[in-house]
Write a protein that binds this ligand. Structure first.
Ligand SMILES: [Zn+2]
Length: 630
C-alpha cells in the first residue's frame, strides 16, 4: 500500500484500477494511430466510415481541446432555449424525452428503456426505473448527520456556480439550487433503498399503458413516446411505482419556474464534461474532488479513452482483442471454469442442509450457466452512429442517442443471450442473473491477475477465485431468486430457504462489525450478495485447485508453501488504497465490502487458510465457528 500511493487524479488505486489504467494507456496509443490514419489524405477527401475510422475520428475530435474551448457553452443553447420557451406543464413530456435522449439515460426525473421480463426471460419489454437525482444515492438527501448535511450544502453551491456559468443571474441561480434540492429530496423520499433494490421482487411490477398513465396523471406518456419516436409499448415494468407517483406529484405541485430550475440543472450536469474548461473544472470540483476526494482532473487523453470505451466500446474492443487475446487464454480459462463448476456440482450434492428437491433445481441451474470468456461472438454494429471528425459535443450527443435507441429497439423482441454488459477491454467480471451467464472480459485475464507463465497456485487463488465468485452469484441471496432460464421464480422449498437465510445471517453479522471509516460500519445487508460470492468463490477455487493438483504436491517458492501461495494469489487481487471521501460514497452505494475484508473476511472462514499459515485456534485469522453458505 505504501508503494502504491493514489495518483492525484484518482479517488482510489488498486490492482484492478492499475491494470485498467495500463490498458487505457495501451488503448491511447492505439487510438492515436487510428486518429492519424483517419485523417483525409488531402483536404476534401472523404474517409470511409469504417469502425476503425470512426474510432480515430471520435478520439481526434475529443482531443482537439482548442476547438472544444472555442465553442464555449454554445452547444448547450438549443436545449437551454427549449427549457426557456416551455410554457405549459402538459407539454413537459417532449422536453423530458429530449433531455433524457441526449443525456443517454442520465437525464431528469426517471430512466426509461428496455428491460428483460422478470417473468419471461426470453423476452424484452419496456422498463421504467427511478432516477433523476444528482447525488449518488437517496440517503444524501435524507440523512441528517453533519457530513451528509455539509455534502448537500456543497452540492447546492456547485449547482449555483454551474448555472451561473451557463448564464443564469446569481439570484436566479441560487433560487434554482434550492428548487433542485426540494424536488430531488421529494424524489429521494419516494425511491427504494439500495438494500430494497437487491430483492428483485420489489422491482417487479408490470403495467399496461393505462396503468402507467394512472400512476402519473400529470405526465403524458403518449406525448413522451411520440417525442422519442417510439411505438407505445403494450407492457411496461415499472420498477418503483411509488416513485412514479411522487414524480407526477412534483409536476403538479411545483411551479413552472421551479421545474425549469431542475431541468436547467440536469441539462448542465449531464453535459458539463463535454463542454469548455470552466464547466469541466466546475463539474470535477464537486463530483471528482468534493465527493470522491480526487485532487486533480484526469488528463484529457484518459477522459477521451474512457469516452471511446463508453460510446464505441465494442469497436475498440474488437481492435483490442485482435491484438491482445490469444485463443489459448480462452481455452485455459474455460478449463478452470469447468473445474470450478465441477467443484460446485460436488459441493451442492454434498450439502447436508439442502433437500434433494432443491438440490435438483440448483444443479439444473448450474448446468445451464453460460460461460462467456474474452469477447462477444457477434460484435455490436455501429453503422447507425455517425461520427464527425470536428464535432466532439455532437459526437457525444449522437453516441448517447444511438445507445438509447439501440436499447429501445430491443423492446418486444426475444432476448439476445450473446450480448455483453462489459467491453472486452474492461478489467472486471460479472454474473447476470437474468441471462444466467458468467462473463470474463479479455482484459481481466492479464497479469498480475492471471499469469499464464505462473503455476496453478496463484492463478487458482486469484482468477479461480474470481470465476468461483461470479458463479456463486447465481446462488447468492439475490441470484437465487432466479431459475436456470433467468426467470424470477422461487425454486426453493420453504425449509431450504430458511436454512439458507440462517447461513447468510452468519455473514451479515460478521461483516456488519467491520468499520469502513470513522464510526460507519459496513451495511452488510447491502454487501451480502458479494460477501456470499467472495466466500463461495474461494471455497470452489480451493477445491478446483486441489483437483488440478491431483497427486502432485504444490510448488513451494520464494519461501512460501504451495498452500500459502494459493492464498497470497487470492489476497493480491484486492490490494487497494481508497481516499476517505470515496470510502464514504462507497459506504452508501457499493455492494462490495472494502478490499481488506473481501480478503480477511473470507480467510477467517477457511480452515484451509488457518492450516496453511499455522494459525492457532481463536487467533485473529481463525474463527472458532466459521461461516459457510455454499
Ligand atoms: Zn460480485
Amino acid at each position: 500500500m505504501a508503494q502504491n500511493p493514489i495518483p492525484a487524479d484518482q479517488s482510489s488505486w488498486s490492482v484492478y484500477s492499475k491494470l485498467g489504467h495500463e490498458t487505457n494507456r495501451y488503448l491511447w496509443g492505439l487510438l492515436q494511430r487510428l486518429a492519424a490514419e483517419a485523417k483525409p489524405a488531402k483536404a476534401g477527401d472523404q474517409v470511409q466510415p469504417t469502425p476503425a475510422a470512426k474510432l480515430g475520428q471520435y478520439f481526434g475530435a475529443c482531443m482537439a481541446e482548442d476547438a472544444v474551448e472555442s465553442r464555449g457553452i454554445t452547444p448547450l443553447r438549443p436545449n437551454w432555449q427549449a427549457i426557456d420557451a416551455w410554457k405549459y406543464k402538459e407539454q413537459i413530456a417532449p422536453l423530458v424525452a429530449e433531455l433524457q435522449l441526449i443525456g443517454g439515460f442520465d437525464g431528469p426525473f426517471f430512466s426509461f428503456g428496455a428491460s428483460q421480463d422478470f417473468a419471461d426471460a426470453e423476452r424484452v419489454i419496456a422498463g421504467a426505473d427511478a432516477g433523476g437525482l444528482g447525488l449518488p444515492d437517496r440517503d444524501y438527501y435524507l440523512n441528517t448527520d453533519e457530513s451528509s448535511k455539509s455534502m448537500l450544502q456543497a452540492y447546492k453551491q456547485h449547482i449555483v456556480k454551474s448555472l451561473q456559468i451557463a448564464g443564469l443571474q446569481p439570484k436566479r441561480a441560487a433560487q434554482a439550487a434550492t428548487d433542485v434540492v426540494v424536488i430531488e429530496t421529494a424524489l429521494a423520499k419516494a425511491s427504494l433503498t439500495q438494500v430494497e433494490r437487491r430483492d428483485f421482487h420489489n422491482l417487479d411490477h408490470k403495467f399496461d399503458l393505462n396503468g402507467l398513465q394512472g400512476l402519473t396523471p400529470e405526465f403524458s406518456w403518449p406525448k413522451y413516446f411520440k417525442a422519442l419516436n417510439l411505438a407505445a409499448p403494450a407492457v411496461i415494468n415499472v420498477s418503483e411505482p411509488e416513485f412514479y407517483k411522487a414524480f407526477s406529484q412534483q409536476i403538479r405541485v411545483r411551479s413552472l419556474a421551479e421545474i425549469k430550475s431542475y431541468l436547467y440543472w440536469h441539462l448542465v450536469r449531464a453535459q458539463s464534461p463535454y463542454l469548455n474548461q470552466v464547466l469541466v473544472d466546475e463539474h470535477f470540483s464537486f463530483y471528482g474532488k468534493k465527493l470522491q476526494g480526487a485532487q486533480e482532473l484526469a488528463p484529457r487523453w484518459q477522459r477521451c479513452v474512457e469516452l471511446v470505451n463508453g460510446q464505441l466500446g465494442e469497436a475498440l474492443g474488437q481492435e483490442f482483442v485482435r491484438r491482445n487475446f490469444a485463443p489459448e487464454l480462452k481455452e485455459q480459462t474455460l478449463r478452470i471454469t469447468s473445474q470450478i463448476e465441477k467443484a460446485m456440482r460436488e459441493d451442492i450434492q454434498s450439502l447436508s442442509w439442502m433437500s434433494a428437491e432443491t438440490k435438483k433445481q440448483a444443479l439444473a441451474k448450474l448446468a445451464t450457466v453460460a460461460n462467456k470468456v474474452g469477447y462477444p461472438d457477434r460484435w455490436r454494429d455501429y453503422s447507425n452512429y455517425s461520427v464527425d471528425p470536428v464535432d466532439f459535443f455532437g459526437n457525444v450527443k449522437r453516441g448517447n442517442i444511438f445507445e438509447v435507441q439501440r436499447r429501445f429497439a430491443k423492446i418486444g423482441r426475444p432476448i439476445d443471450r450473446g450480448e455483453w454488459a462489459m467491453t472486452p477491454q474492461t478489467v472486471n467480471a460479472y454474473y447476470d442473473p437474468q441471462l444466467n451467464d458468467i462473463n470474463f472480459p479479455a482484459a481481466v485475464l492479464q497479469p498480475p491477475l492471471f499469469d499464464a507463465k505462473m503455476d496453478a497456485a496463484p492463478n487458482y487463488g486469484n482468477t479461480g477465485g474470481t470465476i468461483g465468485h461470479e458463479l456463486t452469484h447465481g446462488f447468492d441471496d439475490s441470484g437465487r431468486q432466479f431459475d436456470e432460464r433467468g426467470n424470477l421464480r422461487d425454486w426453493w422449498t420453504d425449509a431450504d430457504s430458511k436454512e439458507f437465510s440462517q447461513r447468510t445471517q452468519c455473514l451479515v453479522d460478521q461483516y456488519g462489525k467491520y468499520v469502513l471509516i470513522d464510526d460507519i460500519k459496513i451495511n452488510s445487508r447491502l454487501t451480502l450478495g458479494e460477501d456470499v460470492a467472495d466466500l463461495g468463490g474461494m471455497i470452489l477455487a480451493y477445491a478446483a485447485w486441489q483437483a488440478e493438483l491431483g497427486e502432485n504436491k504444490p510448488e513451494a517458492r520464494d519461501g512460501f508453501t504451495g498452500e500459502q501461495r494459493f492464498f497470497i494469489g487470492f489476497a493480491q487481487w484486492a490490494c487497494e488504497n481508497v481516499r476517505p471521501e470515496a470510502r464514504r460514497v462507497r459506504a452508501l452505494t457499493d455492494q462490495h465490502s472494502p478490499g481488506k475484508y473481501r480478503i480477511n473476511g473470507v480467510a477467517v472462514n477457511l480452515p484451509e487458510f488457518a492450516k496453511a499459515f499455522s494459525c492457532k485456534a481463536n487467533q485473529a485469522m481463525a474463527k472458532e465457528q466459521p461461516c459457510r453458505v455454499w
